[in-house]
Design a protein around this ligand. Structure first.
Ligand SMILES: NC(=O)c1ccc[n+]([C@@H]2O[C@H](COP(=O)([O-])OP(=O)(O)OC[C@H]3O[C@@H](n4cnc5c(N)ncnc54)[C@H](OP(=O)(O)O)[C@@H]3O)[C@@H](O)[C@H]2O)c1
Length: 337
């Protein structure tokens, strides 16, 4: 099979598109013919050895994907050969075939094509887990989303709206803010040119944001924490800016703010039942048209390396989906994103 392989942790340019042996599912595992794999920032980190998880070498990146079950390991009963599925595997999706634990598969939700299925679980799952379970976001509250035109950011905009919040989107250009507005944001803040804290206060009658979701970190974090309301919550989701911020704790004391960590990939393993409840909610919102996976670009496996480089260089918006394979397998046709 063709696979984008990482043979040594290092620059993304070190990835190689090459022939690799078809993987064989062990007991409890399933082999999936991958039809679409979306890119997430952790894919760029994991190949550089900068992610908290370091797979055994060599491996293919690609944390989440959709495809068709092709072979079953011993004891697998949850799925059958030919089933269309979505998977959060952590890595392995940028290959024509991937072996994954059966527990990490879900049926491809009704009405979803493979590209949408590949761009669903990780970002929307993270957003709902962060906003509902960790922060307890309520209808009528003000949510500030940083990096609001990125994968997690746009998912947080849509999930925030679905939970009934007023959503302020912050991003680094007018074009990015337009995309966030298209996905439901009520107002936008260009933090490349505007004072983030001042704009949030202006847009919230001086109260600040009840909940801040931050997948970016870096220099915006302190301004965003200062823009958090009395007893508001600041969600630490990621550090796409590359710098892990150090925040003065007096900013918590002075406004009884809460600083909350979010680690979706770990939480779903510790509490699979809660994860399934979240997925049910997300699938329902998708069916109602309230979630629209923001697929901005589709490439083949030969375009994945370049797209990962552009992701790491802050040049992408929304979700890039890598499409693999032809129409010979699978019950569904890819549709428009
Ligand atoms: N904690 C969890 O459970 C969890 C789950 C999923 C992802 N994450 C983390 O969340 C973060 C975002 O992931 P994602 O997949 O949404 O990424 P993404 O689609 O690439 O979005 C990241 C956003 O960060 C902003 N950014 C600011 N400085 C950047 C820089 N130097 N390089 C790249 N982007 C920069 C960009 O928006 P602007 O240009 O508008 O600033 C970009 O849209 C990552 O750190 C990821 O590891 C955490």
């Amino acid at each position: 099979m063709q696979a984008l392989m990482c043979h040594a942790f290092g620059p993304i340019s070190g990835l190689r598109l090459e022939q690799a042996p078809d993987p064989v599912p062990a007991a409890g595992q399933v082999r999936v013919r991958v039809r679409a794999c979306s890119l997430n920032f952790p894919d760029a980190l994991i190949v550089q050895g900068l992610y908290q998880v370091k797979p055994a070498l060599p491996f293919s990146p690609g944390a989440e994907f959709a495809g068709v079950v092709e072979a079953l390991g011993e004891g697998v009963q949850q799925v059958s050969v030919g089933d269309p599925v979505v998977a959060f595997a952590g890595h392995g999706g940028l290959a024509e075939r991937c072996v994954v634990d059966a527990a990490r598969l879900l049926p491809l939700p009704p009405g979803m094509d493979f590209a949408q299925g590949a761009a669903f679980l990780l970002t929307y799952g993270t957003a709902l887990h962060a906003l509902r379970t960790i922060a307890g976001l309520r209808a009528g509250q003000t949510l500030l989303v940083l990096g609001a035109a990125g994968g997690v950011g746009l998912a947080a905009v849509e999930v925030g709206k679905a939970l009934g919040a007023r959503v302020l989107a912050a991003a680094s250009s007018a074009e990015r803010l337009e995309l966030a507005r298209h996905h439901g944001a009520d107002a936008g803040i260009d933090y490349a040119t505007q004072d983030l804290r001042r704009r949030v206060l202006e847009l919230s009658d001086g109260r600040g944001a009840d909940v801040v979701l931050d997948p970016v970190g870096g220099s915006y974090a302190e301004s965003a924490l200062r823009a958090t309301a009395w007893r508001g919550s600041y969600l630490v989701v990621g550090f796409a800016a590359g710098e892990i911020p150090r925040l003065p704790l007096n900013l918590l004391l002075l406004q009884e703010r809460r600083l909350l960590g979010v680690y979706w990939g770990e939480a779903l393993q510790r509490d699979p039942a809660a994860h399934l409840r979240d997925v049910e909610q997300l699938v329902q919102w998708f069916a109602q048209g309230r979630l629209r996976p923001p697929i901005t670009e589709r490439v083949g496996l030969d375009g994945a390396l370049g797209a990962l480089q552009r992701m790491a260089a802050r040049q992408l918006m929304g979700k890039v989906v890598v499409e693999l394979g032809a129409q010979e397998v699978g019950a569904q046709e890819p549709g428009p994103g």
